[in-house]
Design a protein around this ligand. Structure first.
Ligand SMILES: *Cc1c(COP(=O)(O)O)cnc(C)c1O
Length: 228
C-alpha cells in the first residue's frame, strides 16, 4: 500500500510540475468503494487523507468505523438519490456529484437541520452521454445560479466522469471543456460560488486530467488494485 501510494503521489507531482503547476495544487482522492474497512485503514495509516466513496450504506459503515482518524476527509463521489441526501450530508466533507437543483435543495434542507454548510461540486455531463449523470454544459450557469442561493450549500467547483476510453488522449477534450466551463463560471463572480476545485481524472487518465487543471484526482484501482 505504502509503495503504491508513493508511486501515485510521485506521478501526480511529476504531472503537475510538467505543466507548470505546484504539486500541492492536486489532491489525491483515494476511491475506496468495495474496499473493506481494514484495507481502508491501512491506506490511512500509509498516509491517505482523503477518501472517496460511492455507496451510501458502505460509506457510513466505514466512516463510523474509522471515525477516530480525525484528519481524514470523506468525499461522496457516487450518484446520489434525493432520498439518500440526508445520509450523505452526515458524513461528507465534500459531495462531488450534485446533478440537479432538486438534489441540491434536499441537501440544503438536510444541512440546515444539522446546522452545517455543505460543500458540493456540480457534476457536469459534457458531450451529453445518456448513461452518465450531470447537468448539461448549456444549463450550468442557470443551475449554478439557482443552487448558489441556498443558504446551507457552498459550491466549490465542478466534477466530470467522462466516457470511458482506453487512450487518455481521447478524454482530454472533456477535461479541457470542463476547465473552460469552470473559468467561464468563475468570471461571472456569482456570490457563494467558488470554482477552486476541478474533480476529474481516474486511475487511467489522471495525468491528462492534471494537465487540464484537475485539483482532485479520484483514484481507485491504481491504489487498491482491481475491485472485486
Ligand atoms: C470508481 C470511481 C473512480 C475510480 O476509478 P478507478 O478507475 O478505479 O481509479 C473515480 N471516480 C468515480 C466517480 C468512481 O465511481
Amino acid at each position: 500500500m505504502k509503495k503504491k501510494l508513493e508511486t501515485i503521489r510521485r506521478k501526480i507531482s511529476e504531472a503537475a510540475i510538467a505543466c507548470g503547476r505546484k504539486p500541492e495544487s492536486v489532491r489525491l482522492v483515494a476511491v475506496s468503494k468495495t474496499v473493506p474497512t481494514e484495507r481502508v485503514e491501512k491506506a490511512i495509516t500509509a498516509g491517505v487523507t482523503l477518501l472517496g466513496e460511492n455507496y451510501i450504506q458502505e460509506a457510513i459503515e466505514k466512516h463510523d468505523a474509522l471515525s477516530s482518524y480525525k484528519d481524514v476527509e470523506w468525499h461522496f463521489i457516487g450518484h446520489l438519490q434525493t432520498n439518500k441526501a440526508k445520509y450523505a450530508v452526515r458524513f461528507s466533507d465534500l459531495i462531488h456529484s450534485v446533478d440537479s437543483v432538486k438534489l441540491a435543495r434536499e441537501i440544503n434542507k438536510q444541512a440546515a437541520k444539522l446546522n452545517k454548510i455543505q460543500n458540493i461540486l456540480i457534476q457536469v455531463n459534457i458531450g451529453k452521454e445518456a448513461t452518465k449523470s450531470g447537468i448539461d454544459e448549456e444549463t450550468a450557469e442557470t443551475v449554478i445560479r439557482e443552487i448558489s442561493t441556498l443558504d446551507h450549500i457552498r459550491i466549490k467547483g465542478l466534477m466530470i466522469i467522462p466516457p470511458f476510453y482506453d487512450e487518455p488522449e481521447k478524454v482530454a477534450p472533456y477535461f479541457s471543456a470542463l476547465q473552460n466551463l469552470s473559468a467561464q463560471i468563475d468570471r461571472l463572480k456569482i456570490p457563494n460560488v467558488s470554482m477552486k476545485e476541478l474533480s476529474m481524472g481516474m486511475s487511467g487518465d489522471f495525468e491528462t486530467a492534471i494537465e487540464n487543471g484537475a485539483t482532485l484526482v479520484r483514484i481507485g484501482t491504481a491504489l487498491f488494485g482491481e475491485r472485486i
